[in-house]
Write a protein that binds this ligand. Structure first.
Ligand code: URA
Ligand code: CA
Length: 388
């Protein structure tokens, strides 16, 4: 088989076979297929598209391009959650302990922030001492004992996607539903959870701008997971404005703790209850969505969810005293207040630009190796519809 022929076939609108897709993914992972041929194929796929079967082949080939995590030593139905990326999205810090407090195991591999979106690992590291580098054995042990652990995604998960995503990023081939679905699901499926809730973000702060595209992305990813026997639910949520008030790492830790105390912003709380109830449904912990919401609310009001957060933080060497003393986290040197220049209502926010502003302040990274200031960020005191 020659890579040239695979590229030409897709360029002319042909349908790729499993063998052709495997040939490409294996060759690209082992560096036998060079970047210039992979870019040509990515562009041909971008323009000509792939059908459901080709997308499945690509997902499975990338999923098996590296290690697949075996979580079978964790008792119960392991549930994961993935967001397609937003601004100030603090949900994982809330959902992990909240769902774990319902006795559903959460074995989560998270990422770092890049560009205008934040990453759970950076947020957790704003808690003094927090360690995200557990071995897989310690990770499994932690989930068995505490029902929750969060670690960084190992280098060996879906290495083909790692290379291809970086290549797509610089060749204008990211925004294709088949490629995005295969990219996300290859990693999620390799990470080993039995059930996955997908939070597909839509709006100015997300890379999906319309409902039709969001629905197609959600359906495609659900089908990819279901095809290999995982229980997957897709939820489409708004990213027209940053979630909650806080954007920035230590600010979002505070916001998450406030939400676990039952005092969080309304939009963040609602999203956590929605995603959490779907996680409980996926894990067969509850029979209906409403039952799930009620159980989660009870775990917040009883204080059990906050206790679970402390237990989780302590187990990963973090200082759980932050729950009662936010001053234990690194503090910003300067605070500047911005007010509206005229009276009126907030009609619109540019979520992506606010995310970029926060990144420039130091809360995020322009490149994957850029340094980060965990104390930096923005507190948005007004949301769409508010009077200023
Ligand atoms: N996130 C991913 O992991 N992959 C994509 O292609 C897009 C968003
Ligand atoms: Ca937030």
């Amino acid at each position: 088989m020659r890579m040239y022929d695979v590229i030409a076939k897709k360029r002319d609108g042909g349908k790729l076979t499993k063998e052709e897709i495997d040939f490409f993914v294996k060759g690209y992972t082992s560096n036998d297929v060079p970047d210039y041929q992979a870019s040509a194929l990515a562009m041909a796929i971008f323009i000509k598209g792939m059908d459901a079967e080709e997308t499945t082949f690509l997902t499975q080939a990338m999923m098996h391009s590296g290690e697949t995590v075996d979580l079978s030593n964790i008792k119960g139905i392991k549930v994961d959650k993935h967001s397609t990326g937003g601004v100030g999205d603090t949900t994982t810090l809330v959902l992990g302990p909240l769902v774990a407090a319902c006795d559903v195991p959460v074995a989560k591999m998270s990422g770092r922030g890049l560009g205008h979106t934040g990453g759970t690992l950076d947020k957790l590291e704003a808690i003094p001492g927090f360690d995200i580098n557990l071995s897989i054995d310690d990770f499994i042990d932690a989930v068995n004992r505490h029902k929750i652990a969060v670690i960084g995604q190992t280098k060996d998960i879906a290495p083909a996607d790692k290379k291809l995503y970086a290549l797509r990023d610089v060749t204008a081939t990211v925004d294709n539903i088949s490629l995005i679905s295969a990219s996300i699901m290859s990693k999620k499926l390799a990470a080993g959870s039995d059930a996955i809730v997908l939070d597909v973000k839509m709006g100015s702060g997300a890379f999906i701008k319309t409902f039709d595209q969001a629905e197609l992305l959600a359906k495609t990813m659900v089908e990819l997971g279901t095809a290999i026997g995982r229980n997957v639910i897709g939820v489409i949520t708004s990213m027209e404005q940053p979630l909650g008030e806080a954007i920035g790492n230590s600010l979002e830790v505070i916001e998450a703790i406030e939400t676990l105390k039952g005092k969080g912003p309304e939009d963040l709380t609602e999203l956590c209850l929605t995603l959490g109830a779907n996680m409980l449904l996926c894990a067969h912990r509850v029979a209906t969505f409403e039952e799930g919401v009620a159980l989660l609310k009870e775990k917040i009001s009883s204080g059990e969810a906050l206790e679970k957060f402390k237990e989780f933080v302590t187990n990963q060497k973090g200082n759980a005293a932050v729950v009662d003393d936010y001053g234990l986290m690194k503090q910003p040197k300067h605070r500047i207040e911005y007010t509206a220049q005229a009276d009126g209502y907030i009609l619109d926010t540019k979520a992506d630009e606010i995310g970029i502003a926060s990144m420039i302040l130091g809360a995020g990274r322009k490149e994957i190796t850029s340094p980060i200031d965990l104390s930096a960020g923005i507190l948005l005191k007004k949301k769409i519809g508010d009077v200023v």
